[in-house]
Design a protein around this ligand. Structure first.
Ligand code: ISJ
Length: 454
């Protein structure tokens, strides 16, 4: 079984890799701990950055940072009632780790959740998963992390882990050829364009009446393709087009959520934590000599952005020391779109951790509104519904509390030949229904254009 690197599907990996893994994993057995993981380095797979075709694919990529986490199988999974329950589930785990090559590579749990409230897609409100096998590539170096929940003899553990390694290596050996673009058919749209415009008007009336300062309204479209969508093909397209984004897949019950999110909810390394305020959007025209000028000098977008910066800063002031907030936003350019962007950083206070920060930051006013409670009430009154974890969060955390979660945006929920895509826009006092509609169309296009080649 020749296995080749996914960089150019060109570099063969020696066939004895599986035999070597088998030898190195001999004589390990688990007793006592809820969860047991073992990490070993695998130079033969260095440079593998893209996920292969695997059922129920879970993966997290930051192509720009040379990071890929590719999961195969499940050692431990817990469906939770919401983000708070994720924290409890993780805290309660007794997790032992054996670092066979002393590479320092920690095992990770993937975790994600929806926006909150009913989710018509039927995805669970929150999920925690530790894969049976995770391939991690960071800056070209590869390690494999094997995990198991419950007691197992050395023979049982060996058999389970080698079977999973076989499955992953076999999948990595199969190339993922690109596909020619197809036309997509729009099947349905929620709400209709006119209803969306009407909701924007009601929202600006509510803002004028002093009920809320900002509210985010969204649209969702289901499309059909003349072939089955392939998550691994969509990931390749997204990684090529948006290498600075967090690109992730969450496979569940035959469907797969795929996203290329520009918005970091939280990232944590040691005690250092940061989050992105991303709000204020305009079409990006590379031929425009005043690129970004409209956004950086526009009163409406600056106001919309300032509200998000202020809110995230106040969460950071509760949880962190040395909070750093740049005085001026930068511009984030993503294909046809540009956003106002302020990265906010701090040092976690004693007692505060990654999951606490992730919970406190969800949902930011970039995806919900301000003040939050009133915005949620108004969203319900307007009939806004969020499906398939859109505007929830997804990411990973290791046992030491290092990790990252992204806001679920620029996403598609793939189901056979169908895909559901969603996009929203922040509404403030000066918002105009037609421009907000156009903004959501542009955001939808990020995913719809890419889906044509998936
Ligand atoms: C809600 C979305 O995007 C959010 C809203 C933005 C805005 O209103 O300008 C910009 C980026 C995101 O924080 C989306 O992409 O669906």
């Amino acid at each position: 079984m020749p296995v080749s690197s996914q960089r150019g599907d060109a570099r063969p990996v020696p066939n004895q890799l599986l035999a070597d893994l088998s030898r190195r994993l001999e004589c390990l057995s688990v007793s006592g701990a809820d969860l047991f993981s073992a990490t070993l380095t695998v130079p033969e797979l260095d440079g593998v950055l893209l996920p292969p075709s695997l059922p129920d694919l879970w993966s997290w990529l930051r192509p720009g940072d040379g990071l890929a986490l590719i999961a195969s199988g499940t050692a431990f999974e817990k469906v939770c009632s919401g983000p708070e329950a994720l924290d409890e589930a993780l805290r309660g785990l007794d997790w032992t780790h054996l670092d066979l090559d002393e590479s320092g590579g920690e095992p990770v749990a993937f975790l994600g959740h929806g926006f909150g409230g009913p989710d018509p897609s039927g995805l669970p409100p929150a999920l925690l998963r530790v894969p049976r096998l995770m391939l991690r590539n960071y800056k070209g170096r590869c390690d494999l992390v094997f995990s198991h929940a419950g007691v197992a003899t050395a023979d049982e553990l060996h058999a389970l882990w080698i079977k999973e390694a076989e499955r992953l290596l076999d999948a990595l050996g199969r190339p993922v050829p690109p596909a020619s673009p197809v036309n997509l058919i729009r099947l349905n749209e929620m709400p209709s364009p006119d209803t969306f415009r009407r909701r924007v008007r009601t929202a600006t009336d509510s803002i004028a009446a002093g009920r809320v300062e900002k509210i985010v309204l969204s649209r969702r479209i289901t499309v059909a393709a003349p072939r089955l969508f392939r998550p691994e093909r969509l990931v390749r397209e997204l990684a090529a087009r948006h290498p600075s984004c967090a690109i992730f897949t969450v496979g569940f019950g035959g469907r797969t959520l795929v996203a290329a999110s520009p918005e970091r909810l939280v990232a944590c390394t040691g005690r250092q934590v940061d989050s992105y305020a991303l709000a204020g959007t305009a079409p990006s025209d590379p031929a425009d000599p005043f690129l970004g000028g409209r956004l950086l000098s526009g009163a409406k977008d600056r106001h919309e952005h300032r509200l998000v910066v202020g809110w995230i800063s106040s969460v950071f002031n509760e949880l962190c020391d040395n909070v750093q907030v740049p005085s001026e936003p930068r511009l984030m350019i993503l294909g046809q779109l540009e956003h106002l962007w302020t990265p906010i950083a701090g040092t976690l206070k004693p007692g505060a951790g990654f999951l606490q920060a992730a919970q406190a930051l969800h949902p930011t006013p970039a995806v919900a509104g301000l003040p939050l409670a009133e915005a949620r009430t108004l969203l319900d009154e307007l009939g806004e519904s969020r499906s398939g974890w859109y505007t929830g969060a997804f990411g990973w955390v290791d046992r030491t509390g290092d990790g990252e979660m992204a806001v679920v945006l620029r996403c598609a929920l793939l189901d056979g030949d169908r895909a559901e895509v969603a996009a929203g826009a922040g509404i403030v006092a000066a918002s105009d229904p037609e421009s907000e509609f156009t903004e959501t169309e542009l955001k939808l296009r990020t995913m719809l254009d890419t889906l044509r080649s998936a």
